[in-house]
Unconditional design. Structure first.
Length: 366
C-alpha cells in the first residue's frame, strides 16, 4: 500500500509498504479517505524528531523507527475485530488521534486526553496518511451522513479547539483576545464564534501575518479588531479596552514573546488560556500576575467521546470546512504542496490530503 513515511527532518517519503497485520479483537481496519496537516506534522518535518520515536522505542506503543504520519483524518471501515460492537463495515468514522488506557487515575475521572499511557497515532504509532491503517475501535466516532469527507477530516483539530474553549467558558459581554490564527488558532476562533450570541463578544485578534484578516472575515469575525504582531505594544490593547485589559486571552502560537504579551493584556481577575506549546522556557512575571489574580489555564488535546461528536455535528451543519481550507492535495504531493509551503508560512488555512482515489467508498461497502 502507499503511505507517507517520516524518516527524519526534511525526509518524508511516499512509499509502498506492507499493509497492516492482523486485527486485534478491539481494532478496526480503515481505508483513510481524507486527511489534514497540522503544526505538529510541520514541526516534526522541519525540526524533528520531537515526539516521533525514531531512535528509541515509545514506552507504550513500542514503536521505533520511521512512522506513517497522519493523526487528523476520516476513513471508511473495511474490517472489524471480533469483539467490536457498534461499528460496521462501510461506515465512515473519524479516529480521535490519541488512544487512552482507560485504567489510570486520570482516565477514571474522565480526563482521557492526558492519560498516563497516551498513544498518538501518526506520531507514536502508524497513522492515517496511508491506504490502510488499523486503530482501536473505541477511538472512532461515526460521521454524520450530511458531513463531507473534507469537513470530517477537520473534526479532530476542531474538537481540540472545542475542548480548549470549554476549559474556560465564554460569558456574554466578555472582552477576548486571540494571539495567533494558525492551524489551531483558526479553529479556536470558530469555536469562540460558535459559542457567542449576536453582539455579545468583543474580540481582538493578534497575528504576525496581516493576510489572516481575510480568513478572520470569512469565519464571521469581521467586526473584530486586528492587530499586526510587529505593531503591537502593551499600550495597544489597554487603550482599546479603556485601560481595563482583556477578560480572556487565548495564546495559540506558542511563541515565548506572544505568551509574555498575552499575560500583559489580561485584566485584573482575568484568564490566560495557553493553547500553544512553547519550545523551551518562558519567563513568568509572577510579580505582575499575582497582584492582578490572573488565572493561567492550559489545555491539551480533547476528550474523544465528548468533543469529537460535537465537532462533527457543527461541521455537518456549517460551511466551516470551506472557509478554513486553503487547498486539497493528493498524497503524492504531500511534501512539495503541503509540508514545505506550511513551513514557509505560505498557507493561510488548512491543507487537506486526498488519500484514496474516488470510488473507494462504494468499493468498501459490504
Amino acid at each position: 500500500m502507499k503511505a507517507a513515511i517520516y524518516h527524519g527532518p526534511f525526509d518524508v517519503r511516499i512509499e509502498e509498504v506492507p499493509e497492516p497485520g492482523p486485527l486485534g479483537p478491539d481494532e478496526v481496519l480503515l481505508a483513510p479517505l481524507m486527511g489534514s496537516l497540522c503544526g505538529t506534522d510541520v514541526t516534526e518535518f522541519v525540526a524533528g524528531p520531537k515526539m516521533i520515536p525514531l531512535h528509541e522505542a515509545h514506552p507504550v506503543s513500542g514503536h521505533q523507527g520511521p512512522v506513517i504520519l497522519g493523526h487528523e483524518f476520516v476513513g471508511i471501515i473495511v474490517e472489524v475485530g471480533a469483539d467490536v460492537t457498534g461499528l460496521r463495515i462501510g461506515q465512515r468514522v473519524v479516529p480521535g488521534a490519541g488512544m487512552w488506557c482507560g485504567t489510570c487515575p486520570l482516565c477514571l475521572v474522565g480526563r482521557t486526553n492526558i492519560c498516563e499511557r497516551y498513544v498518538l497515532y501518526g506520531i507514536h504509532a502508524q497513522g492515517g496518511l496511508a491506504e490502510r491503517v488499523k486503530v482501536p475501535a473505541r477511538m472512532c466516532v461515526p460521521v454524520p451522513e450530511s458531513c463531507s469527507n473534507e469537513a470530517a477530516a477537520l473534526a479532530q483539530p476542531y474538537a481540540v479547539a472545542i475542548h480548549a474553549v470549554g476549559r474556560v467558558g465564554i460569558n456574554p459581554g466578555q472582552r477576548v483576545a486571540l494571539f495567533g490564527v494558525g492551524g489551531i488558532g483558526s479553529f479556536l476562533l470558530a469555536a469562540l464564534l460558535a459559542q457567542q450570541t449576536q453582539g455579545d463578544l468583543s474580540l481582538i485578534v493578534v497575528d504576525k501575518d496581516e493576510r489572516k484578516q481575510h480568513l478572520i472575515d470569512r469565519l464571521g469575525a469581521s467586526s473584530s479588531i486586528f492587530i499586526k504582531a510587529d505593531e503591537w505594544t502593551e499600550a495597544t490593547i489597554w487603550n482599546l479596552t479603556q485601560r481595563r485589559g482583556v477578560d480572556l486571552v487565548i495564546e495559540a502560537s506558542g511563541s515565548p514573546v506572544a505568551v509574555q504579551r498575552a499575560l500583559s493584556a489580561v485584566c485584573r481577575g482575568g484568564t490566560l488560556l495557553q493553547v500553544g506549546i512553547p519550545v523551551g522556557l518562558v519567563p513568568l512575571p509572577l510579580g505582575q500576575v499575582v497582584p492582578r489574580e490572573v488565572s493561567i489555564i492550559t489545555t491539551n488535546g480533547m476528550i474523544c467521546d465528548v468533543d469529537l461528536p460535537l465537532a462533527l455535528g457543527l461541521l455537518s451543519q456549517t460551511d466551516l470546512a470551506a472557509q478554513i481550507t486553503d487547498r486539497i492535495i493528493p498524497l503524492d504531493s504531500l511534501v512539495p504542496d503541503g509540508l514545505e509551503p506550511l513551513d514557509r508560512h505560505e498557507v493561510l488555512g488548512k491543507v487537506l490530503v486526498r488519500i484514496q482515489e474516488k470510488g473507494v467508498e462504494n468499493a468498501c461497502k459490504p
